[in-house]
Ligand binder design. Structure first.
Ligand SMILES: [Zn+2]
Length: 117
C-alpha cells in the first residue's frame, strides 16, 4: 500500500518512498534521512566487517608476537639462571680457595680437616 505525503514546498501529493518531490524537487526529509541512515548502516556494517577482519589480523599478529616475547623471556631466564649458577660456582670455589689458604696458614691441611669430620 502506497503512502502519500504532501510536499512541504509545493503542496503536491507524492509517494512516501520518493526521496524528492517529483513536482518541485523539494527533498522530503524523513525519506531522505531514511535513505541516508540506510547508507550509513551499510557503511557501518562494512566498517564492522573490516574491523573484525582487522581484529583477527591483530590477534594473529599478537599471538605470534606473544610467542616471540615468551621465547625471549624463556631464553633470558635460562641465561640468567646459567649466569647465577656460574657466579655461584665461582663464589663457592673462591671461598673454598680462601678456606684452603686460611687452613694452610694455620698449618692445618685439608686432609686433616676432612678426617676430623
Ligand atoms: Zn513539491
Amino acid at each position: 500500500m502506497m503512502k502519500e505525503i504532501v510536499c512541504g514546498n509545493c503542496g503536491a501529493e507524492y509517494d512516501v518512498s520518493l526521496v524528492r518531490c517529483p513536482y518541485c524537487g523539494a527533498a522530503y526529509a524523513p525519506a531522505e534521512e531514511e535513505e541516508y541512515m540506510g547508507r550509513l548502516e551499510e557503511v557501518r556494517e562494512d566498517l564492522h566487517r573490516e574491523t573484525e577482519k582487522g581484529d583477527i589480523r591483530i590477534k594473529r599478529g599478537m599471538s605470534s608476537a606473544l610467542r616471540v616475547i615468551l621465547l625471549a623471556v624463556i631464553v633470558i631466564l635460562v641465561l640468567a639462571f646459567f649466569v647465577l649458577w656460574l657466579s655461584g660456582r665461582q663464589e663457592k670455589s673462591r671461598t673454598d680457595r680462601h678456606k684452603e689458604e686460611f687452613l694452610q696458614d694455620q698449618g692445618i691441611t685439608e686432609q686433616q680437616e676432612d678426617m676430623g669430620r
